[in-house]
Write a protein that binds this ligand. Structure first.
Ligand SMILES: *Cc1c(COP(=O)(O)O)cnc(C)c1O
Length: 430
């Protein structure tokens, strides 16, 4: 009874991500979560294939993350960051500087990934502005990107599938090159970057930065591309005095097989956005790192003041949990785990390639994607229930059925996820 009441109230009053309150989506109530399992209010337990959108890499209810949060609560949940600092922020900044590329030395803590992208854009524009280069205020990116839901971030999302087309007329106009298509360095073709090269060489006087998701384009299509593309972009940015912002918010902390995806290209960005898995999925926190060179540019006007400062900047509770999450990751055999997940995904998803509905199967690190020929958006009146009935939590969107499970997932549980994907494809084929 309580559960029905709850769901009715939710449907009537509460917005969920990208959904309606007048035509509400199918919603399930979660009462607890442990390891890779979510327990629903109706008593069922389902295996999480989404890591709560790339974030819960260690699974749920982790004893060490719980303990870190509890200890920090007893000390200080929050204190303003203006004029004050604290150990969790210092410890976390030190860790982030240690584990990212050496030139990245300055850390700006934000409260979400979108805001980390906003700050990155501000850093880039301020860097040139303070040096008197006041025309360098635009960005260059590629189609199929996704960088967040706030206005600055929306403006660099794919203008067509970026879910924001209705705001187009009031968004700043940035430049878009075709999305990279080359998946392996061995198949590299110079034509893949030709249009990007032309755009950067013709517009560099107006360009503050290039912004890209390295190696994996996430929400804009879960597309993978080769490291060579990133190396080429890095060189072009250097040649044309344009900064390179890499948005690792989805890929960071091991998801693609390296701690950060940019490592696969052996390059270093000027500005790096981190988020999602930063706290192991416990709370919202993100960070924007930059090099000394970028910070010195911002200081060229004599003040060096970066024009941003959210109320909950560097929230101690979130920073403390993030420190613990990074320790758990680095102390674990995460490379092996991600590789094992990768191998199992390759083996278990491959058979679906022969299905008529299926356009492509692809796997990178702990990410498995089934791309269909047609969108499944019209199936949302039954599909979410069907999926939960398989004992799993997967959230297909557009023409994609994809999973990125917690790294701790056991082989049998991963098989249950891939079998469920097969059942979804079969059901859609009827
Ligand atoms: C999720 C995501 C964001 C936005 O992060 P939020 O915390 O949802 O604001 C930005 N960039 C990428 C690549 C993401 O995956």
């Amino acid at each position: 009874m309580k559960q029905t009441e709850n769901l009715e109230f939710d449907a009537k009053h509460i917005w969920h991500p990208y959904s309606s309150v007048t035509n509400p989506p199918i919603i399930h109530q979660v009462i607890s979560a442990d390891g890779v399992r979510l327990t629903l209010a109706d008593g069922r337990t389902i295996i999480d294939g989404m890591s709560s959108w790339w974030s819960a890499i260690h699974g749920y209810n982790h004893p060490r993350l719980n303990q870190a949060a509890k200890q920090q609560i007893d000390q200080m949940s929050h204190v303003m960051f203006g004029g004050l600092t604290h150990q969790p922020a210092i410890d976390l900044a030190r860790k982030l500087i240690d584990i990212t590329a050496q030139p990245l030395q300055k850390v700006f803590f934000t409260d979400s990934g979108s805001i980390a992208v906003e700050v990155a854009i501000k850093m880039a524009i301020q860097h040139w502005f303070a040096q008197g280069q006041t025309t360098k205020q635009r960005l260059l990116t590629v189609y199929n990107g996704y960088h967040g839901d706030t206005f600055g971030a929306m403006a660099v999302c794919d203008p067509i599938n970026g879910m924001h087309s209705m705001f187009e007329s009031i968004l700043p106009k940035h430049l878009f090159a075709p999305a990279p298509t080359c998946v392996n360095d061995e198949d590299w073709q110079d034509s893949d970057i030709a249009e990007f090269r032309q755009l950067i060489s013709e517009n560099h006087n107006e360009l503050a930065a290039v912004i890209l998701e390295p190696i994996v384009q996430n929400t804009g299509g879960i597309r993978f591309y080769c490291p060579e593309y990133l190396r080429q972009v890095r060189t072009l940015c250097d040649e044309h005095d344009v900064l390179l912002i890499l948005d690792e918010i989805a890929t960071n902390f091991g998801r693609t097989g390296t701690l950060f995806a940019y490592e696969q290209a052996n390059i270093c960005p000027d500005i790096l956005c981190l988020g999602k898995a930063l706290t192991g999925g416990y709370m919202t926190l993100a960070a924007t790192l930059c090099t000394d060179k970028v910070a010195q540019g911002i200081a060229a006007d004599g003040s060096g003041i970066l024009m941003h400062g959210p109320t909950f900047m560097a929230n101690p509770l979130a920073c403390r949990v993030a420190c613990e999450s990074i320790d758990i990751l680095l102390e674990s055999d995460w490379q092996q785990k991600v590789q094992t997940i990768e191998q199992q995904l390759v083996a278990e998803l491959a058979p679906y390639k022969s299905q008529d509905l299926v356009k492509d199967i692809r796997v990178k690190g702990a990410i498995g994607v089934v791309e269909l020929h047609n969108p499944i958006d019209g199936q949302m009146d039954w599909l979410p229930k069907f999926i939960v009935d398989q004992g799993v939590w997967i959230r297909p969107f557009r023409n994609l059925i994809y999973i990125m499970p917690p790294f701790i997932i056991e082989s049998v549980d991963l098989t249950q996820l891939t079998v469920a994907i097969g059942n979804i494809i079969n059901r859609l084929s009827r």
